[in-house]
Ligand binder design. Structure first.
Ligand code: F3S
Length: 388
């Protein structure tokens, strides 16, 4: 099937051997992360371009993570990102090569929310190879789609080979939880869930997933909480899956391993206090992971008036196109939308920003890049924006 595919397969086999995997398995989808020129620079660009020029083509449906700017309008920086000529050129070359190989440039870390992904109709139990730790944890925990946490290059090679190694959470026994944790607060909001994920990352020391008994709010807010929880799990540690009774598509009755370890309310409340914004906030950041179209309805609902603190919202082109009237309404209320990128994979104009967000993952990555980052839930951020 050609030199390029042989090379990709050879790399996958080498990794499989080094991990002691007994065989390879076919995958039905791949998601490639690590594609921002700001993150991978010239070496990453060369790696991807060389693959493309050598004739490599993806052999399963493949989606791509966010890049360093709004590809629908590079001049749209929300007033906080910078995009110079070299950056633009390097980033465009990466996307050209990936698209040339047949990848679908959805440019989002929530590929599972796009129309093209829905059309694949993947069933729970499907094997995929995804980069992007937030999507990996969501896939395993919520969608029941099975994936290890791949690095960007390996996800790309797996998509070319159409296979990954039978290892980690691709093996059914490794998806059986090893310990039970019970969260004392119910229902949790997305900030509580981020704190719970941080505690799990520090305490759960087993390759098998934790079983997390956690009271969740009703839909549609529930899905925001689950995405933020998954993103925080991936950011704070290397947990690629949790089992949540009633959410994870597995039979959990009779599965509760051991006596439950309590995650006490006082611990969550005190950590939340530490993480709350302390300084006057320059802007509010929403959309880590990328906002889905339905989230904009929720934001529109909570934002009761014109925001006096700007709100920067990052999302996919797909979500932007589907959100309909909410985009215009929210823009009128002071929300600035940036597609296909985020504040972490894009380049911030200044290090002096003081930011408030509802995303533990954004806090985790931005805390060393800007002067301060504080965490509040979406309704609290909406109130803060209108009444600073
Ligand atoms: Fe997505 Fe950027 Fe957060 S890629 S998960 S919005 S760091």
């Amino acid at each position: 099937m050609g030199e390029a595919k042989a090379r990709a397969l050879e790399a996958i086999v080498k990794v499989a051997e080094s991990l002691g995997a007994e065989r390879l398995i076919r995958i039905e989808h791949a998601h490639i992360s690590g594609v921002s020129y700001g993150t991978i620079g010239e070496p990453g660009r060369r790696f991807i371009e060389d693959l493309y020029l050598s004739g490599a083509r993806v052999s399963v449906p493949t989606t791509v993570n966010p890049i360093g700017f709004d590809d629908a309008d590079p001049a749209n920086t929300g007033g906080i990102l910078k995009v110079d000529k070299d950056f633009l050129e390097g980033q465009q070359a990466i996307i050209r090569a990936l698209t040339g190989m047949g990848a679908n440039p959805v440019l989002t870390c929530t590929p599972y929310k796009t129309r093209s992904f829905a059309s694949l109709n993947l069933k729970p139990g499907s094997h995929v190879a995804w980069g992007e730790s937030s999507a990996v944890a969501y896939a395993n925990t919520v969608l029941g789609i099975w994936t290890n946490r791949e690095g960007g290059p390996l996800a790309l090679l797996a998509s070319i080979a159409g296979r990954t190694y039978y290892y980690g959470v691709h093996i059914p026994e490794n998806r059986i939880p090893s310990e039970t944790y019970r969260v004392e607060i119910a229902p949790v909001d997305e900030v509580d869930a981020g704190v719970v994920a941080e505690i799990l990352a520090e305490t759960h020391d087993n390759d098998r997933p934790p079983l997390v008994e956690m009271g969740l709010p009703p839909e549609p807010y529930r899905d925001i909480v689950l995405r933020e929880f998954s993103a925080a799990l991936g950011a704070a540690g290397n947990i690629s899956m949790a089992v949540i009774p009633g959410i994870t598509p597995v039979e959990t009755r009779g599965m509760r391993p051991g006596p439950a370890i309590e995650i006490e309310a006082r611990l969550i409340i005190s950590r939340r206090k530490d993480l709350a914004p302390g300084n006057p906030v320059d802007f509010i950041f929403l959309g880590c992971p990328h906002l889905a179209a339905d989230d904009l309805k929720i934001l529109d609902h909570y934002l009761n008036g014109k925001a006096r603190i700007p709100i920067i919202a990052t999302l996919s082109r797909d979500a932007y196109e589907r959100a309909g009237d909410h985009i215009r309404r929210l823009q009128a209320k002071g929300v600035r939308f940036i597609r296909s990128t985020c504040l972490i994979v894009g380049q911030l104009k200044s290090r002096d920003y003081s930011i408030a967000t509802n995303s533990y993952k954004a806090y985790f990555y931005l805390r060393r890049k800007v002067s301060s980052v504080g965490l509040l839930s979406l309704p609290a951020l909406a109130r803060l924006a209108v009444n600073p």
